[in-house]
Design a protein around this ligand. Structure first.
Ligand SMILES: Cc1cc2nc3c(=O)[nH]c(=O)nc-3n(C[C@H](O)[C@H](O)[C@H](O)COP(=O)(O)OP(=O)(O)OC[C@H]3O[C@@H](n4cnc5c(N)ncnc54)[C@H](O)[C@@H]3O)c2cc1C
Length: 752
């Protein structure tokens, strides 16, 4: 048997800026054996600043201008964690995250960029739209663009006098060239573009004049109100939208974390890009200032730092000498002028025109191709090994010798008990005595998942929700859970971190469901698996449960959540899914079925199940009684974004083929939506059979409760022809108005 790779160190990349995206790609091409890399970013996509004005101007699509970090990480075998950092504890080597437990690291690199400074001008934070974070800028811009459709005249002001603000206002002018919009540019310095050659400034001034943009130079904004701004020379300007693109500022928590900073609060790094005074923290991009070679904040410097950063992170881990980075003094600046024209400025050279824009466009597209056209196969290099990662002399034991080490388990549980005292009580005995529920009926179930997402906290949440869903499908309220866990082979430190994240994720969901995690068993193995045996009691006061096989002819079939997780995660595994689609799928998967179950019990539904591994068709067949059929409206099926696209491209879950056999779909008249019926779901929604009189109300309540895509997808029919025939085939009549009918008459497979 192959000896397993044992992960021994955690490299945490905080922020998916230009420097990290490139460094990550370089680290993936020359992997270090035993290293676990995690990237933390608030969103799956990060913008490439050079193309942002082109996005606003309408020359590019969102996908052309944003790096899909989730996909890049999947390709690079890097864990992607969607979260926003709020602090660093350098002493304990932990990064604090908003709304979820902190993450431990051995080596940290920070590339979280900068944001325009808003707090020195009263009213700016409340009323201005900062250009960063770009995700927010983009959504506010889209909202503004749709408001403009009413044709009313508007005044839009952009504050700032550097390259970013000039490009932005020209891009807006180009995009809104046919709209009744007045555009201002307000620049605190006497001239626009300080540091640029006069010829470049003249070209920009001409472009602004041609686009009808009025520039106010030498005046700083002193106050911002909802619909007007005041300048420090006493002038006032009315505005309907104000974009803030002033000098870059760091996030305040960097200083609060006690890390070395420059006078403005940016991280102070030496020429190796290591934060001064910190052995295990590096930083690059706007967030860092090389104190011996300070430079303006620009993406071009972040890009140039990437190879040195990647080299030094590897060197630090492998115990090799670090390289020094000497940033260039000047760089080629290519400013787009709204329409497909640009100006180039470097040293003694200035040029402008359409050819400069084409040149810039080629450079920018080549940069982005590094992230969109990822090589299918990695180069075959022998990975280097961490110094502490010597091959093991002895194979891993089985039986009880495969347990996770006592200290990793003990430390992780001690912290979890502190955070969740009620729902993770102290260990009592070898086994737990449970009081019987008042109703006298106990409901039990067990569910187990292989690793689906790389983020262990999310994985813990999904595994808990998946297990709880079986109780919810029966109309039961969870009471307690026991964990069954296999942790991948790793050093005790890494296992402790992994265990804590997984169980913290699970406890997040168990606490929300008021369910106690009473114990469990954990092993080491080749790959992660996490599941829970759960126990509950009926939600209904009279103790009745929702049967799986209780449908009545005429019942409306309500599906509570959209379909498509199987195909989407199959695409994700192949680094072919869009990170935004995966984020949307996860959002849907993380919506607990608890409220749907509560509403279903109150509405008196006749049957319920949750859609999981057998797909909608397989689970619907389980519900049907002999002689019943279900008529489904394919067009009414709620679908996750991107799922149909994946199916159309032939990306199927490995369980799809078995599910199709189970569903017995007849040949011909195939369609993507029919494949969707056999797509296995993880954390899928409840499928409910509601009496016709109750269905509309129930659907509305479900939608109000957050199941926004809940839909009536068909109805139950009695089928005289098949009654008692023992026929188990599904009959599809898709060619008739996109509707099909299923007919079942055999013992259905057990609940998945
Ligand atoms: C309109 C505009 C046009 C520009 N054009 C150019 C140009 O043409 N050329 C040029 O050189 N520069 C340009 N710039 C400047 C450029 O955007 C920045 O210098 C560059 O983006 C800095 O890159 P970075 O790697 O430091 O971080 P960024 O690219 O800013 O990325 C930071 C990343 O960190 C993430 N992040 C932020 N906070 C957190 C947190 N708390 N936790 C986790 N992750 C976090 C963000 O979501 C983002 O993904 C432009 C700026 C603007 C506004």
């Amino acid at each position: 048997m192959l000896s397993p790779v044992i992960r021994r160190r955690d490299l945490l990349l905080l922020g998916g800026g230009h420097a990290h995206a490139l460094a990550l790609r370089m680290l993936a091409m020359r992997p270090v054996e035993g290293l676990r890399i995690t990237l933390v970013s608030p969103a799956s996509h990060t913008p490439y600043s050079g193309m942002l004005p082109g996005l606003i101007a309408g020359h590019y699509r969102f996908e052309d201008t944003h790096i899909d970090l989730a996909r890049l990480c999947q390709w690079a075998d890097v864990r992607f964690v969607t979260a926003e950092a709020t602090g660093v504890d350098a002493l304990r080597r932990r990064v604090h995250l908003a709304g979820r437990p902190s993450l431990g690291y051995d080596l940290l690199s920070i590339d979280i960029g900068s944001q325009p400074e808003l707090d020195s001008v009263p009213g700016a934070r409340a009323f201005a739209i900062p250009v960063k974070p770009v995700a927010q800028l983009w959504s506010r811009w889209l909202a503004l663009a749709s408001e403009l459709a009413d044709g009313r005249p508007r005044r839009i002001a952009v504050v700032g006098g550097g390259a970013g603000s000039v490009e932005l206002v020209l891009a807006m002018a180009h995009r809104l060239r046919d709209a009744p919009v007045t555009l201002y540019l307000i620049c605190g310095t006497p001239e626009l573009l300080p540091g640029y050659r006069p010829a470049a400034r003249r070209a920009v001034a001409r472009a602004l004049a041609q686009a009808g943009v009025t520039a106010y130079c030498g005046a700083r904004v002193s106050t911002v109100e909802r619909d007007r701004i005041e300048l420090d020379d006493g002038r006032e300007l009315a505005q309907d939208a104000l974009f803030w693109c002033t000098a870059a500022a760091p996030v305040p928590w960097l200083q609060e974390s006690g890390l070395a900073t420059d006078a403005r609060g940016f991280l102070a790094v030496d020429d190796t890009l290591r934060v001064e005074g910190e052995a295990a923290i590096f930083a690059a991009g706007d967030v860092a200032t090389q104190t011996r070679h300070p430079r303006p904040k620009a993406g071009v410097y972040a890009v140039r730092q990437a190879p040195v950063l990647a080299h030094n992170l590897r060197a630090q881990l492998l115990g090799r000498p670090l390289r020094q980075h000497r940033p260039q003094r000047r760089f080629l600046s290519l400013l787009s002028l709204g329409e497909r024209r640009a100006v180039a400025d470097r040293g003694l050279l200035t040029a402008s025109g359409a050819w400069v824009w084409r040149w810039k466009d080629r450079i920018d597209r080549r940069f982005m191709a590094r992230f969109s056209d990822l090589p299918e196969a990695m180069p075959t290099t022998t990975p280097e090994r961490l110094p502490e990662a010597q091959p093991r002399a002895q194979a891993f034991c089985g039986g009880c010798g495969a347990k996770v080490g006592g200290s990793a388990l003990g430390n992780a549980l001690a912290r979890l008990r502190r955070d969740y005292p009620e729902h993770c009580p102290a260990e009592a005995d070898d086994a737990v005595a449970m009081p019987l529920p008042a109703s006298g009926r106990q409901v039990q179930s067990l569910d187990l998942l292989r690793g689906l997402v790389e983020d262990p906290w999310l994985m813990g949440r999904l595994a808990a929700l998946h297990a709880l869903s079986d109780l919810h499908a029966c109309g039961a309220r969870p009471l307690s859970a026991l964990a069954a866990l296999t942790l991948p082979f790793a050093s005790p430190d890494l296992q402790e971190r992994e265990l804590e994240q997984l169980l913290a994720g699970a406890l997040h969901e168990f606490a929300a469901a008021d369910c106690k995690l009473l114990g469990g068993h954990s092993l080491q193995g080749h790959e992660l698996a996490l599941g829970f045996a759960v126990q509950g009691e009926p939600m209904a006061v009279d103790g009745h449960l929702l049967p799986k096989r209780g449908l009545v002819a005429g019942d409306r079939l309500i599906l509570c959540k959209p379909l498509g997780t199987g195909t989407l995660f199959a695409a994700h595994m192949q680094a072919r899914a869009d990170g935004r689609d995966i984020a949307a799928a996860l959002e849907s998967m993380l919506l607990s079925n608890a409220s749907a179950a509560r509403l279903a019990v109150a509405a008196g539904v006749s049957a319920a199940t949750d859609i999981t591994g057998f797909g909608l068709a397989g689970h619907l067949r389980e519900m049907l009684l002999p002689g019943q059929s279900a008529s489904l409206d394919l067009a009414a099926l709620p679908v996750l974004p991107g799922a149909l696209h994946c199916l159309e491209n032939g990306i199927l879950s490995t369980a799809q083929a078995d599910n199709e056999v189970l569903a017995e779909l007849p040949p011909g008249a195939d369609s993507t939506r029919r494949q969707l019926l056999c797509d296995p779901q993880t954390c899928g929604g409840l499928l409910l059979g509601a009496p016709p009189a109750a269905a509309d109300d129930l659907l509305r309540q479900l939608q109000d409760e957050g199941y926004r895509q809940a839909a009536v997808i068909g109805e139950v029919c009695s089928d005289e022809e098949s009654a008692g025939a023992g026929d188990t085939r599904l009959r599809l009549r898709a060619e008739v108005d996109d509707r099909w009918e299923t007919e079942a008459g055999r013992q259905a497979p057990g609940r998945a």
